[in-house]
Design a protein around this ligand. Structure first.
Ligand code: ADP
Ligand code: TRP
Length: 323
C-alpha cells in the first residue's frame, strides 16, 4: 500500500493549471483501492504571501471546495487544513537543523519568487523545509506534484535521508510523481499558467465572466479566418487538447490546419468544452462555497485523523533527538 500525499497552497481560487497539474492526478491516485491518501490545504505556506485574515479564510475554503468538487472522497482520504495540525511547526524546526543552508539558497522557486514579490520574508526562504515537514510528518511514499515542485521533493528526500543517517530515524523517503501530459498547463499568454502571472483561467467564474477571459485574454496570432493555422503552437488548441478526449482535439486540429475555421471559432469550442466538461464540478464547488459549515465539518474529521498520525511521527523524531 502506498501513502499518497499532496497539498495545495490557498493563495487564490485554484486555476486550471492547479486542477489539471495537481488536484486531478492526486485524486486519481488516491482513489485507487490500494492507496491511502493525505490531501490538504497548505494554508501556512499561504502566509508567505497573504496576510489578510478574511482572504486567508476565503481561499482556504475555496481550495477545500475545489478538492471536493473534483471528486475527493473525504471518507477514503484524510482531508485537512495544514493549520489544524500545528505539530508540523515542531517538525519544521527539527528539520531546519538538518538542512544545509546552501541547499535552500539554491532553490529556484525562492529565487523566482524573490525576484517577483515585494515581500521577501524568511518564510519564503525556508518554505521547502515546511513542505518537507508536511510530507515527512505523515510518512508519505508518493507525492504527486507539478514540475516546479520537483526540486522541493529532492530537498525533502535529502533532509529525510540526512535525518535518518545522523540520528537513526525512520522517516519515509518519498518520491515525486509527475503527471506527464498535464504537467505544463499554459496560461492565456502561453507562459506557464500561474496565479502570479495573472494569466490563469478560473473555471469557477460565471459563464459570462469565463467567456470574457477566453475571448479577451487568450492570445492568438493574426492569421486570417480563411487561412490554415498552426494548431500546436496556439494556446487555444493546447488548452483544448488537455481537457477533451483525443478524437475531439484531433478534430479541432484538422479544422485549424485546413483553414476557414478562425480563432474565434476555436475559442467558442474551448469555452463550451470548459462549461460543459466541468458543469458538475462548477456546481459542486458553488454548493460548498455556500455551505461553509459543511466544509468545516469535513475538515474537522480529517484534522482528527491527521493529528493521530502526526503525533506518532513526532514521538519517533523526539526520541531520536533526545527530547
Ligand atoms: P501558482 O503558480 O498559480 O501559484 P502553485 O505554485 O500554488 O500555483 O501550484 C499548486 C500546484 O499546482 C503545484 O503542484 C503546481 O506544480 C501545480 N501547477 C501550478 N501551475 C501549473 C501549471 N501551469 N501546469 C501544471 N501544474 C501546475
Ligand atoms: N509547495 C507546494 C506548491 O506550492 C504546496 C505544498 C505544500 C505541497 N506542502 C506540500 C505539495 C506537500 C506537496 C506536498 O504547490
Amino acid at each position: 500500500m502506498a501513502r499518497i500525499l499532496t497539498g495545495i497552497q490557498s493563495t487564490g481560487t485554484p486555476h486550471l493549471g492547479n486542477i489539471l497539474g495537481a488536484i486531478r492526478p492526486a485524486i486519481a491516485e488516491s482513489a485507487l483501492p490500494a492507496n491511502d491518501s493525505f490531501l490538504f490545504i497548505a494554508n501556512w505556506h499561504t502566509l508567505t504571501q497573504i496576510k489578510q485574515a478574511e482572504l486567508m479564510r476565503e481561499y482556504t475554503y475555496s481550495v477545500a471546495a475545489c478538492w471536493l468538487a473534483f471528486g475527493l472522497d473525504p471518507q477514503k482520504s484524510t482531508f485537512y487544513r495544514q493549520s489544524d495540525v500545528p505539530q508540523v511547526a515542531e517538525l519544521t524546526w527539527y528539520l531546519n537543523c538538518f538542512t544545509p543552508f546552501p541547499m535552500l539558497a539554491n532553490a529556484h522557486s525562492f529565487k523566482d519568487k524573490s525576484d517577483r514579490l515585494s515581500d521577501v520574508n524568511a518564510g519564503l526562504f525556508s518554505y521547502p523545509v515546511l513542505m518537507a515537514a508536511d510530507i515527512l510528518l505523515y510518512g508519505a511514499n508518493v507525492v504527486p506534484v507539478g514540475k516546479d515542485q520537483v526540486q522541493h521533493l529532492e530537498i525533502t528526500r535529502d533532509i529525510a535521508s540526512t535525518f535518518n543517517r545522523l540520528v537513526g530515524g525512520s522517516l519515509v523517503v518519498p518520491e515525486a510523481r509527475l503527471n506527464k501530459e498535464t504537467m505544463y498547463v499554459p496560461g492565456t499568454d502561453g507562459q506557464k499558467m500561474s496565479k502570479s502571472y495573472g494569466n490563469y483561467i478560473n473555471i469557477f467564474l460565471s459563464d459570462k465572466e469565463l467567456k470574457e477571459v477566453i475571448n479577451k485574454k487568450i492570445v492568438t496570432d493574426a492569421t486570417p479566418l480563411e487561412e490554415p493555422k498552426d494548431a500546436e503552437s496556439s494556446v487555444v488548441y493546447q488548452l483544448y487538447k488537455l481537457i477533451v478526449p483525443s478524437d475531439r482535439s484531433a478534430e479541432m486540429k484538422s479544422k485549424l490546419e485546413a483553414g476557414g475555421y478562425g480563432w474565434g471559432h476555436a475559442k467558442k469550442d474551448l469555452l463550451e468544452a470548459l462549461m460543459e466538461g466541468y458543469r458538475t464540478e462548477r456546481d459542486t464547488y458553488n454548493r460548498y462555497m455556500n455551505d461553509k459549515a459543511e466544509l468545516d465539518r469535513l475538515l474537522a474529521i480529517g484534522a482528527q485523523k491527521a493529528n493521530a498520525v502526526a503525533d506518532q511521527t513526532l514521538a519517533m523524531v523526539r526520541s531520536c533527538l533526545g527530547y
